[in-house]
Ligand binder design. Structure first.
Ligand code: PMP
Length: 356
């Protein structure tokens, strides 16, 4: 076998959870369960063979997204999902021995991309009730810190960091890239996109995978100061975003009614589910995303198993005691989740009934 680099040899492979046999309701990946805008689908169906014969032209899509976000074209890079943006950023700023700061529990890809660069991950635990650990982050900053990630709202907790705290971190680490991962922005509404071009070490990531229901299309945005984005352009492959994604962008962005309707349905269903779970005695943290983190305590294995048997996939979070992450689907789908949950809860031994 040809020997890969040492840091690659030391990496564990990332296995995206595969749907087991019989799973027909996937609530483990924070995808939309209802699909994308019909206008996007119509556009895809109208594309012709000639378009696919050509290399995709990212620049036209970048103009549309920049206008939509109110930034300059040179201040963003379209990426193959937000994942690729994180990868490109890590490769641009992390050398072997450099440090990446993340807040744990965290989205897995930050650490994976840092490992490829041979960088060290410094994990700062979230505060009480998963609050933003400002002091912990500030204390973790060293001269080797080259990248700090703030996921806002956070995955897997749904918690948010205040604008003031984010600005504090940006100021405290002027020599590090600070990535504000706003993958769940549409369910929250607060952003620092307005600071792009004003704060030199700020990067903001967005994705079309969540509120737009386009995870399969692979489309993300990395915004930052123009001189930094030009650095990222050296690394990103020129044809990283596919032709379907670029051709569909205008429809995806312009169908505001679709996005707004979906976001409002998800937010109200999420609050309904949260109230129902709390009513059953399970701690459930406030969330500004399309998912909930619930603490099922010792019932976690029984609940995960019971759901799988009924065709529902939830995401186990072994990094949070007793916790499971549940993507929010339609009201009907969430009622199906509760229908599976209720008999499991009813059958639990009395000793486990006071989970809080
Ligand atoms: N950041 C966060 C916080 C996420 O949760 C996800 C997807 N689950 C991503 C980035 C990656 O999104 P994409 O599908 O655009 O690669």
């Amino acid at each position: 076998m040809i020997k890969p680099r040492k840091c690659v040899l030391e990496m564990k492979a990332y296995h995206s959870p595969l749907p087991g046999p019989g799973i027909d309701l996937r609530l483990d990946m924070n995808e939309s369960t209802t699909g994308c805008s019909p206008r996007v689908l119509k556009k895809i169906r109208s594309l012709d063979a000639k378009l696919l014969a050509l290399y995709p032209r990212r620049e036209s899509g970048e103009k549309l997204v920049a206008d939509f976000l109110g930034i300059k074209t040179g201040e963003l890079l379209l990426t193959n999902g937000a994942d690729e943006g994180i990868d490109v950023l890590s490769r641009a700023y992390l050398d072997s021995g450099d440090e990446l700061i993340i807040i744990v529990p965290a989205f897995a890809m930050y650490e994976i991309f840092a490992q490829i660069s041979g960088a060290k991950t410094v994990r700062v635990p979230a505060g009480p009730d998963f609050s933003f650990p400002l002091d912990g982050v500030l204390q973790a900053i060293t001269p080797r810190t080259r990248l700090i990630v703030i996921t806002n709202p956070h995955n897997p907790t749904g918690a948010v960091a205040s604008r003031k705290d984010i600005l504090h971190v940006l100021e405290a680490a002027p020599d590090a890239a600070v990535l504000l991962d706003e993958a769940y922005f549409d369910f929250y509404g607060e952003t620092l996109m307005d600071q792009i071009g004003k704060i030199p070490n700020l990067f903001v990531a967005r994705t079309f995978s969540k509120a737009y229901g386009l995870a399969g299309l692979r489309l993300g945005v990395m915004a930052g100061a123009a001189d930094q984005i030009s650095v990222l352009r050296r690394i990103a492959p020129p044809f990283n975003v596919n032709a379907f994604a670029i051709e569909c962008l205008a429809e995806a962005l312009n169908d505001r009614e679709f996005v707004e309707h979906y976001v409002s349905q998800v937010c109200s269903t999420r609050e309904w589910l949260r109230a129902a779970l709390e009513e059953m005695g399970f701690k459930c943290w406030p969330s500004h995303t399309n998912f909930l983190l619930a603490n099922f305590g010792e019932l976690r294995p029984a609940i995960l198993d019971g759901m799988t048997k009924k065709g529902i996939a939830l995401r186990n979070r072994p990094d949070c005691d007793g916790c499971v992450r549940i993507s929010i689907g339609t009201q009907q789908e969430m009622e199906r989740v509760l229908a599976v949950l209720k008999p499991i809860v009813a059958a639990r031994p009395v000793a486990q009934q006071a989970l809080r």
